[in-house]
Design a protein. Structure first.
Length: 223
């Protein structure tokens, strides 16, 4: 299984996902090709991300799962979609079988629904969003986990989608780190009924600076 993994994320695989995303039923030949294309790309992504803590929520509710059978022949990495609790609900490169014959390591098969969503996310730039968690982890690594950390999330009205993606990745990394909390500046600054920003709609005004300071103080109390 590992020998079939690609060496690079190539345009052929991504094109296959796009072409197949609207065709076939759950058990059709076309859907099988779609799942194979999704699995091929998911294998590579999961291995490239194995350095981050497993279970950290990636952009658009994806996570990497590490599975190690009792036979101790190594660790398999899977890319999966996650529910609101952070549990894996759709394995992109799942095989629908017990891993290495270990009856305690069942790996669900990829579904058509999961593969279609993956194709749509790839088409809309998901791959470009994956570097954020690595950047955040590099910064947080400057403070070892026992050291308390408050990170203020961001608000940039001119780039709302990117802002939401960054804050989503940040929340996952901070939750996984422990002894860390997020001060939610985004929710305050994005509230149309609250006047806390200057005319550039980015930096805090006089009132915003007071609110910002209070926000950080409240976050410190949660540690």
């Amino acid at each position: 299984m590992q020998d079939q993994r690609p060496d690079t994320i190539n345009s052929k695989t991504i094109t296959a996902l796009h072409r197949l995303e609207r065709a076939g039923g759950e058990h059709s030949r076309t859907t099988q090709k779609l799942k194979e294309a999704a699995a091929e790309l998911a294998y590579l992504i999961a291995e490239e991300l194995e350095g981050i803590p497993c279970g950290v929520r990636l952009p658009r509710n994806y996570i990497v799962i590490a599975v190690k059978p009792n036979s101790n022949i190594g660790t398999w990495y899977y890319l999966a979609t996650a529910d609101k609790y952070g549990d894996a609900v759709g394995y992109l490169n799942g095989t629908g079988e017990y891993l290495a014959g270990d009856v305690t390591c069942w790996v669900p098969a990829c579904t058509r629904k999961a593969a279609l969503q993956f194709a749509a996310d790839i088409a809309s730039g998901w791959l470009d969003e994956l570097g954020l968690d690595e950047l955040i982890e590099q910064i947080t690594s400057l403070l070892p986990p026992p050291v308390p950390l408050v990170w203020v999330n961001v608000y940039r009205s001119s780039e709302l989608r990117q802002t939401r993606v960054f804050n989503e990745v940040l929340a996952g990394v901070i939750e996984a780190r422990g002894t860390a909390v997020i001060a939610d500046w985004y929710s305050i600054a994005s509230d149309p009924d609250v006047d806390v920003l200057r005319s550039d709609n980015l930096h805090p005004n006089d009132e915003g600076q007071v609110v910002f300071a209070e926000l950080v103080a409240q976050a410190l109390q949660r540690l």
